[in-house]
Design a protein around this ligand. Structure first.
Ligand code: NAD
Length: 273
């Protein structure tokens, strides 16, 4: 049993790594984990300024954070990032596999390079980071003062792990892959006291999908697909991440939490009978 007190922040003294944390959902998650008491590695691939701005935001609020550059699709860079974190903070307790990108094209026009790039970052990146984190979770084992389990992994998926997405075959394939990677890791690692879950966001206002919500016309079209009639904010995803990273969700593993304003319920509403 955890020995933290009821008034302690839920992630007190835990060490978290968030990939792709210099913008959008990842930046909101890094800030929320820090506000919940965790020390946070803000991973980024490019744009060091934005990563350092997230670190400064966390420090200004009294939290602890550091930025580490690594391309999650490259094994050598991922290994170096985890080695740096573990050398600096001793270990890792929480991994959030958030980094991702889109390179959209109709199937017949999609280049092998764009197919491969999206798979490398969105899927292989989650494998490489999870493997590095799990090796450390297993080496260190459970620390009851910190958490009931040896480690937690949260994989950022998408509603397009169940909804096909014409014009985005590489992205949808990567997120479908994340879904079964997550469930398989959860099944394999539950007996070793490691929890693995996924969050599948719906439409969230971030740089990845600006065209979908930037103009009133585009937003009106998007809202037709969302029963809650609200485009999501990065903080909607960040709050769910904090819960999945904490002992509050201790009996949850292998689950996908759809944080989508009901988007995956479409088209079961407003169909006129
Ligand atoms: P974003 O573009 O702001 O964030 C993606 C981040 O990943 C960026 O910071 C980018 O620099 C980083 N990244 C890209 N390649 C990288 C690499 N090789 N190594 C390390 N980092 C890399 O967009 P976002 O919406 O915040 O996306 C975050 C995650 O949420 C992604 O996995 C995305 O697929 C998922 N998602 C987003 C939405 C949405 O509506 N915004 C919906 C479903 C899922």
């Amino acid at each position: 049993m955890s020995t933290t007190h009821a008034c302690d922040p839920v992630l007190k003294d835990q060490r978290a790594l968030v990939t792709g944390a210099s913008s959008g959902i990842g930046a909101a998650i890094a800030k929320a984990l820090a506000a919940a008491g965790a020390k946070v590695v803000v991973n980024y691939a490019g744009g060091a300024d934005r990563a350092h701005a997230v670190v400064e935001h966390i420090r200004a609020a009294g939290g602890q954070a550091m930025a580490i550059r690594a391309d999650v699709g490259r094994e050598d860079e991922v290994e170096a990032m985890f080695a740096h974190m573990i050398e600096t903070w001793g270990s890792i307790d929480i991994l959030v596999n958030n980094a991702g990108l889109q390179k959209d094209a109709p199937l017949v026009e999609m280049s092998l390079a764009d197919w491969q790039k999206v798979l490398d970052i969105n899927l292989t990146g989650q494998f490489l980071c999870s493997r590095a984190a799990v090796r450390e979770f297993l080496r260190r084992g459970v620390v009851p003062e910190l958490s009931r389990v040896a480690g937690k992994i949260i994989c950022m998926s998408s509603v397009h792990d169940v909804i096909p997405w014409a014009g985005h075959a590489n992205y949808a394939a990567s997120k479908g892959g994340v879904s079964l990677l997550m469930k398989t890791m959860a099944q394999e690692l539950a007996p070793r006291c490691i929890r693995v879950n996924a969050i599948s966001p719906g439409a969230i206002k971030t740089p990845i999908n600006t065209a979908a919500w930037m103009t009133p016309e585009a937003e009106a079209e998007l809202l037709k697909l969302i029963p809650c009639r609200r485009v999501g904010e990065p903080e909607d995803i960040a709050r769910a991440t904090v819960w999945l990273a904490s002992d509050e969700s201790d009996y949850v593993t292998g689950a996908t939490l759809y944080v989508d304003g009901g988007m995956t319920l479409y088209p079961g509403f407003d169909q006129g009978g």
